[in-house]
Design a protein around this ligand. Sequence first.
Ligand code: GDP
Ligand code: GDP
Length: 459
Amino acid sequence: MPLPLVAIVGRPNVGKSTLVNRMAGVRSAIVHDEPGVTRDRLYQEVEWNGRRLRVVDTGGLVFGDDSEFLPHIRQQAMAAMAEAQAVIFVVDGREGLTPADAEVADWLRKQPLPVVVAVNKCESAQMGLAQAAAFWELGLGDPIPCSGIHGNGVAELLEAVLAHLPEVTEETVGEPDPIAVSIVGRPNVGKSSLLNRLVGSERAIVSPISGTTRDAIDTMVTWEGQPYRLIDTAGIRKKNRVEYGIEFFSINRAFKAIQRSDAVLLVIDALEGVTEQDQKLASRIEEEGRACIIVVNKWDAVENKDTYTLNDFTREIRDRLYFIEWAPLLFVSALTGQRTHKIFEQVNTVVAAHRKRVPTAVVNEVLQDALAWQSPPANRQGKQGKIYYGTQVAERPPTFVLFVNDPDLFKDNYRRFLEKHFRQNLDFTGTPIRFRWRGKSERLVGRAVRKLEGSLTSR
Ligand code: GDP
Ligand code: GDP
C-alpha cells in the first residue's frame, strides 16, 4: 500500500524545508538562506496519530521569472504535484501576502488537488491568527498559522491535511508504489540512449512532467500498470555541457542516485569492458543494499562475436565485479533496441527479490538443510559452531538474524557457503542479502526468540 503523498509548495524561503523537517521530526535540518537554491527533492515519512504519509519538499514555486534555476525548480514542483494527493501551500506570515503568493494560488486553484494553506513563521499564537487572516483572500480555505522553527500549529496543519487524504483501506490496496530505478555508469556508456529506449518503448506510458534536480533528471514511466521513477544522472550534465565544457564523471552524483533508488542499472560499455569506476559504483551499490542489474550496452558494436564472446564477457564481469555477483547480466544495444525490452521485466524480478519476506519456518528449514550439507566448523579447541535459530528481520535488502553459540566460530568460508545455500533455495536474484550473527547463551536465545516471534506475529 503506497503511503499518501503530500507536496509542499510555496515561494523559496518561506520555510518549506524547515516545516518538512519539523513534520518528519528531523533534528539536523539543513536550511539555505539564499532564495531559489535547488536541492534534491526530498521525500520524508511522517507519522501522526497513528496515520502515516509522505511529504515531498519541492524546490520552490515562482512564476513569471525564468532566470537561471527557476524553470528547473518549477518543473520539480510540478513533478511532485503529479504524484501527490494533497498540497500544503506554505506562505510567509511575517512578510504577508505577496503578489507571487497570489500567482501561485491562482495556479493551485486550477489543480485537481486539495490545498491547505500554511502560514509559516507565526511564532506567537495571537499575532499568528492576525497574520494568517491576511491569507483568507487567496480563496484556498482556512489559513493555518504555524512555525516550522518552533513547531506550533504543525499538529493542526497535519490534521487539516489528513482530513483530505484517504484512510488506508482495502480498496486503496493494490495501487503500486513507483519503483525508483537509477541509470548509472561512466560518461558515454549510453545512459541517455538507454533512458530514451525505456521511455520510448511501445508499452511505456510517460507522464508529461519530469522532475529535475541538480544531480539527476527523474522521469515517471508506467509499464504494464507499474509506475517507475527513472533517475538519469546523464541528462542534466548534457544540458549544462556548454557551460562546463567537457563532461566529467562525478561519482558523487552517481552515489546520490544509487541512494535514491530501489534498483540500479549499472551500465557497462561492451567495447571498453569493466573499469575501476564501474567497480567503485558496484561496491557502492552493494554497500547501500540496492537491487542491481548489470547492463552491458553497445553489444551491437562488438565485432566478430562467436560462441565464446558472451562467456568471456561474462567471466570478465563476474571477476571484476565480484561484489555484485548476484546481479543479473543483460547484454543490450540502446542503439538498435536489442533486448532493451527485457529491462523492465528484470527490474520487476530484482525488486521482488529485494522486497522478499521469507517466513521464519522456511528460514529455519533452509538453515537445517544447510547444516546437514555442511556442519559448522570447530575451532582448534574443538568447540563447534552451532546455529540455533534464524529469522528475517528486514527487507530491502532481505536481512536475517542468526542466533548462534559464538559468531567467531563462523569464518568467512562458512558464511559464504550459507549465503550461497540461501540463494540457491530462496530466489534472491539481483539483490544483496545480509546476515547478522548473534552470539548468546542458549537461555538468552530462547528469550530473544520468543520476543521476536511475539513481535512478528503482532504485525
Ligand atoms: P524554503 O526555501 O521554503 O524551503 O525555506 P527554508 O526552510 O529554507 O527557510 C528559509 C528561511 O526562513 C530560513 O532562514 C529559516 O531559518 C527561516 N524560517 C523557516 N521557518 C521559520 C519559522 O517558522 N519562523 C521563522 N521566524 N523563521 C523561519
Ligand atoms: P551517456 O553519456 O552515458 O548518457 O551516453 P549516451 O547515451 O550519450 O551515448 C554516448 C554515445 O554512445 C553516443 O554517441 C551514442 O550514440 C552511443 N551509443 C549509445 N548506445 C549505444 C549502443 O547500444 N551501440 C552503439 N554502437 N553506440 C551506442
